[in-house]
Design a protein around this ligand. Structure first.
Ligand SMILES: Cc1ncc(COP(=O)(O)O)c(C=O)c1O
Length: 383
């Protein structure tokens, strides 16, 4: 059997929604992008939503809109995708890294607290794999120290913390609609916030700093517009938004499937729990289940993580690693002067993690097959 790491299945709802956009005669940002914003706003209980071309763009715009730039510091996790850090660097601000909680793989609030200085303007927590960070602790620190919390929720659309949806917790929240995410627009993202000023600035900056969009002008709003700030070309097209609307019609069904697949992996792999640490679940949260990340236990296994992945791949099982820590990339090492030894928890996690095949199109048979291969490897390489 071959089980790819990722497989996307788009169906009739997506085809219909995209066809409607094509037939409408308007494919760049306009009414469909607005309709997607409305749906996401309702889904995550936020006052404003602004559709953007990616989560990377959304993070950049959120920081820019908050006036963050050169001379400021922004705290984030070294255990994230490059996008989080690149967005900080685009603004001219300095990223400062706080190590993770090794159980959840999320940023450790106590370490965030210890990194706050007079220059700190924001913290970007990242909900790894879809598990919300400890927002009780993070919100308390952010309010006490008067810094913004901008949530990197690239993985956590559909997740909740204490019955509140991700998107309603922080000063701003940024979702990704990249191809592998819980919903996709091909490429795309969404910034949500309750802050009127932040939302209007994100919108302005997402389209050249223009006072009127193309859609407004062509729809009869007149040809005149002004540029009031140096903006960006970060808007989401209606074509992409159409795909997102199609995906949203199946969202709750897809999330249920993700939960079911996670339960199945958990049940199957509980038999080899002495060799494999299963993903952390937090009683306070509803997991968004974007990724299913296991950690191998080196004290119990005579095999490295890299070889473990090679063995799974030999058996037709595709795997990923989320994430290669920021300090391991040459560019960041050289430019940010980062040392592996400053992040012992991230480093230890990195050497143990494996992301298993995990997506709504995965079948129970495939989950069982992957689980059996894992159990076999644990037996074969047990100490
Ligand atoms: C944690 C995290 N943040 C941000 C991003 C960037 O998302 P996008 O590809 O939509 O820019 C990703 C993408 O994989 C991610 O995993």
């Amino acid at each position: 059997m071959k089980v790819p790491f990722f497989r996307l299945r788009l169906g009739t709802p997506e085809k219909k929604a995209v066809s409607r956009v094509i037939e409408s005669g308007w494919v760049t940002s306009g009414p469909t992008a607005r309709a997607l914003e409305e749906k996401i706003k309702k889904l995550v209980h936020a006052r404003h939503a602004v559709a953007v071309s990616s989560a990377t763009a959304g993070l950049h715009l959120s920081l820019k809109a908050a006036g963050i730039g050169a001379g400021d510091e922004v705290i984030t996790s070294p255990y994230t995708m490059a996008a989080t850090v690149e967005a900080i660097l685009y603004t001219g601000a300095t990223p400062v890294f706080a190590d993770i909680d090794p159980l959840t793989l999320n940023i450790d609030p106590a370490r965030v607290k210890s990194k706050i200085t007079r220059k700190t303007k924001a913290v970007i927590p990242v909900d790894i794999g879809g598990l919300p960070c400890d927002y009780d602790a993070l919100l308390k620190i952010a309010r006490q120290r008067k810094v913004l919390l901008i949530e990197d929720a690239a993985h956590s659309l559909g997740a909740q913390f204490k019955s509140r949806p991700v998107g309603s917790l922080c000063d701003a929240t940024v979702f990704s609609f990249y191809s592998t995410k819980n919903i996709t627009t091909g490429e795309g993202g969404m910034v949500v916030t309750d802050d009127n000023l932040l939302a209007s600035r994100v919108r302005l900056l997402s389209l050249h700093g223009m006072t009127s969009s193309g859609w407004k002008r062509y729809a009869g709003g007149g040809w005149k517009y002004d540029i009031v700030e140096l903006g960006y070309k970060y808007n989401l097209s209606d074509l992409a938004a159409g795909l997102g609307l199609g995906q949203l019609t199946r969202f709750s069904q897809m999330q249920k499937k993700r939960q079911m697949l996670a339960d199945r992996y958990m049940k199957n792999l509980s038999a080899v729990q002495q060799f494999i640490e299963l993903p952390c679940v937090d009683r306070r949260s509803r997991h968004g289940w974007h990724l299913f990340i296991i950690k191998i236990c080196p004290e119990r296994l005579r095999i490295t993580r890299d070889r473990y992945i090679r063995e799974l791949e030999k058996n037709g099982v595709g795997c990923g690693v989320h994430f290669i820590p920021i300090y391991r990339f040459r560019y960041f090492q050289e430019h940010l002067k980062l040392k592996i030894s400053d992040f012992p928890f991230t480093e230890r996690a990195y050497l143990r993690v494996i992301s298993l095949p995990f997506y709504p199109d995965l079948s129970i048979r495939e989950v069982d097959y992957v689980s059996e291969r894992i159990a076999e490897l644990c037996r074969r390489f047990s100490r």
